[in-house]
Ligand binder design. Structure first.
Ligand SMILES: Cc1cc2nc3c(=O)[nH]c(=O)nc-3n(C[C@H](O)[C@H](O)[C@H](O)COP(=O)(O)OP(=O)(O)OC[C@H]3O[C@@H](n4cnc5c(N)ncnc54)[C@H](O)[C@@H]3O)c2cc1C
Length: 397
């Protein structure tokens, strides 16, 4: 068994999350491709609640996108299926709307995506970290030793702390403090939850600048977490403190959660500031979390990471086959999902003003219909809601 990589590939992809594995699956169809992942086991540790709307919902979320075929994943990747999304205001008033969604076993899902990349012909290197990139040269080190390889085109699908973005001189997604949510979550068992609904709880005492979620994992298990903005937190109170406060003291949630036992701890950052103005150079593209490709209103990044991963992988193969240059990536991804990324950041900024006041947040949630709530959390902004939010934002000063 030879673990040495070839010295040269057409395409090198850094990071085997949903973005990188999807990029590799599409690049490998028409170009020699290596997929490099620092984790020794794909998908471990999990850094996700696993909420993924079903295919029909994704088509409505991203109507201009050509969805990767890997959205038709096997049932073994699914922990449970939910039917509703429920928003709970700071007062406890709630509204819900239909969302047909799976809750993924994210480890299994990431492994499935990597298997698809390998089946398409990609060379997969796990337990291997990219330490430096200079031009077309990539330095890698890990359990199979240290090597230098070269690639015609490099894709940075290496998450929010992207080394590839830095090496390419592209703006990082961590630069804006309000554009980064710090997420922490517990998998818990022994909780009493509604298995058909995912819940999103708002209120600045419990979740400053974000929301807390309860995502069912089936029977009496769930993922309970929150994403908060540090700039809106009380001094000295950590995200872990807020999560404990939510689980133990929230008037509605604590009734469901207080007897639960924690089975795993998940933490990570969620880039909610949108994509930088430039996401490629002449030989490098960044995609997924590395490029801020998330729906900023809910922090969901699996669908957008897979869509931009596919576009990056196809653009890389087209480039090496002389059909385009890497520059085509910028207009390709923006024409497929640019509007959703930009609008969701605009809505998030409007909502940031409301989140500073629980009465204001409650008033907004009372005034917006469930249909419009669904649109907002998808990163859409109906005109009537835009006027309402802009008016309230003016009142907030
Ligand atoms: C707590 C939490 C809960 C979330 N819940 C949801 C949810 O329910 N639904 C949803 O849609 N989104 C959710 N998200 C967001 C979602 O997880 C991300 O948007 C998604 O994983 C982005 O995929 P990606 O492939 O771009 O990046 P990642 O999944 O972060 O993958 C990047 C990969 O690159 C690898 N890597 C990094 N640096 C290097 C290097 N130097 N060398 C080699 N490999 C490297 C990493 O190990 C990693 O495997 C959540 C995020 C957090 C933090």
């Amino acid at each position: 068994m030879n673990h040495d990589p070839d010295p040269h590939y057409n395409v090198a992809i850094i990071g085997a999350g949903p973005c990188g594995a999807t990029a590799a699956r599409y690049a490998a169809e028409d170009a020699s491709t290596i997929l490099i992942e620092k984790k020794k086991t794909i998908g471990v540790p999990v850094q996700c609640a696993g909420f993924l709307p079903k295919h029909d919902e994704l088509e409505e979320l991203m109507p201009d996108a050509d969805l990767p075929d890997t959205f038709h994943y096997p049932a073994s990747c699914v922990q449970t299926r939910t039917k509703y999304q429920r928003f709970i205001a700071p007062t406890g008033d709630s509204k819900e709307f239909d969302v047909d969604a799976d809750v993924l076993d994210r480890k299994r899902f990431d492994q499935y995506l990597a298997e698809q990349a390998v089946s398409a012909g990609a060379d997969l290197r796990i337990g291997t970290r990219v330490t430096a990139i200079n031009g077309n040269t990539i330095e890698i080190t890990g359990m199979w030793g240290s090597h230098t390889i070269t690639a015609d085109v490099i894709i940075g699908a290496d998450g929010p702390h992207s080394i590839v973005a830095k090496a390419a001189g592209l703006p990082g997604v961590e630069d804006d403090p309000m554009g980064v949510a710090h997420a922490i979550a517990y998998d818990m068992t022994g909780v009493k939850i509604d298995n058909e609904a995912i819940e999103m709880h708002f209120g600045r005492n419990f979740v400053p600048g974000g929301y807390a979620w309860i995502v069912p994992h089936g029977k009496t298990s769930a993922n309970i977490g929150m994403g908060i903005r540090k700039a809106m937190c009380e001094p000295g109170v950590t995200s872990r403190d807020y999560l404990h406060r939510f689980i133990e003291e929230h008037p509605i949630a604590s009734e469901k959660l207080k007897d639960g036992k924690v089975t795993s701890i998940i933490a990570g950052i969620v880039p909610v500031g949108g994509a930088p103005a430039k996401t490629c150079t002449e030989n490098i593209m960044i995609a997924g979390d590395a490029a801020g490709h998330l729906i900023a209103t809910n922090g969901g990044g699996i669908p957008t990471a897979m869509v931009t991963g596919k576009i990056a992988g196809e653009t890389a193969a087209d480039t090496v086959n002389g059909k385009c240059t890497v520059n085509a990536y910028e207009s390709r991804w923006r024409s497929e999902i640019g509007i959703q990324i930009t609008t969701s950041v605009y809505v998030r900024k409007l909502m940031d003003s409301m989140m500073r006041s629980d009465p204001m947040m409650t008033a907004v949630m009372n005034m917006i219909s469930p249909t419009h709530m669904k649109a907002l959390q998808r990163g859409q902004l109906p005109d009537t809601v835009k006027r309402l939010l802009q008016g309230m934002q003016k009142r907030m000063g």
